[in-house]
Design a protein around this ligand. Sequence first.
Ligand SMILES: *Cc1c(COP(=O)(O)O)cnc(C)c1O
Length: 389
Amino acid sequence: MTTKQPATLLIHPERAVPGGFRSLVPGTERASTVLFENVSKWKNRSGFDESIYTYGTSGTPTTRDLQNRLAEWEGGFATVLFPSGLAAVAYAFLPFVAPGDHVLIPANVYDPVKTLANGLLKRMNVTVEQYDPLVGAGIAAQIKPNTRLVWVETPGSITMEVSDLPAIAAAAHAAGALVAIDNTYSAGWYLRAFELGADISVHALTKYPAGHSDLVMGAITARDEATWKRVKDMALQTGQCCAPDDIYLVLRGLPTMPLRIRHVERVTTDIARWIRTRPEVKLVLHPALPDCPGHDVWKRDFTGSTGVFSFVLHDQYGADAAARFIEALEFFGIGASWGGIGSLALTYDLAKSRTRWPHQGALIRLNIGLEDERDLKADLERGFAALTM
Ligand SMILES: *Cc1c(COP(=O)(O)O)cnc(C)c1O
């Protein structure tokens, strides 16, 4: 045996760790360098071959484990991970557009998508046009010969309109355009994106999959191999990857996700129904409640609802009243994101971000967390009391 100096022994130990270990918990494999068995395997490596490992940026077994579970969960061909939900959103556009192309996004889209549209996409000479999220099959009128992609987010951020994904997908496909959906709201569970016509499903894993408010990550799952390859290619070209330690935390969150979502669904629906009875409230925008635009589509296409919804106060309550409501809350934090452990409340100025928003009163968006429902209701009572102070 070759004799080794102590510093070499630290890198090439003599005693092997015993194999054959099994537990219910996946391991965490970290790497920059991946070692190859021989020169031929090194020379023949490909970042697209997910049955081998080539380098840290193209993933370790921890990466593959999460990719596989997400692809199976949603019934897609394969998944690519990104370091945030927003990065996943951006990489659902970038591989599919070129200068001169046209894409459609809903008017109620997650706001940073508009920033991407007015920034990088505009600089690439890609035209981004907004559509009414309730347009349904009528979207055909806005599809042009150079439309490459139709973006769907349902229910839409903040105002919660439920879009007719099958109708939009049929119109887009008839014109040869791809359909990508931001499926974060339903966590890929309550809306079966691929069965309803999407080609690409995007998730902020930050929300329910991670579930504990301690990381940001995103994923793109593609319906078929060709679409996956375009996304993977762009990810490889630009070195998009996630740290295995963060990936492990998502793997740790996934097994409890269905339980967490079911719990939050029940509590959220209860609270939304109770808020609907409050005299201060004009309408409740929760997809399972009839006030919500697209409620019938929700009943047809979704099998459940999750923990984020909004409500609109009567006209006499403006932005100051909404701020008083939120600041009177003890358990609802003031902060972005959702799907984690704690309840959150925010108010939005929709006059700025919506081209068509018919309501005067202030809107409050709630994320229901994992606190006891009785404490959350008592907290919201404090909010309502503060409206008239
Ligand atoms: C949070 C969110 C994102 C972005 O996810 P991050 O991980 O926070 O970047 C994208 N789309 C929707 C609908 C979201 O709610």
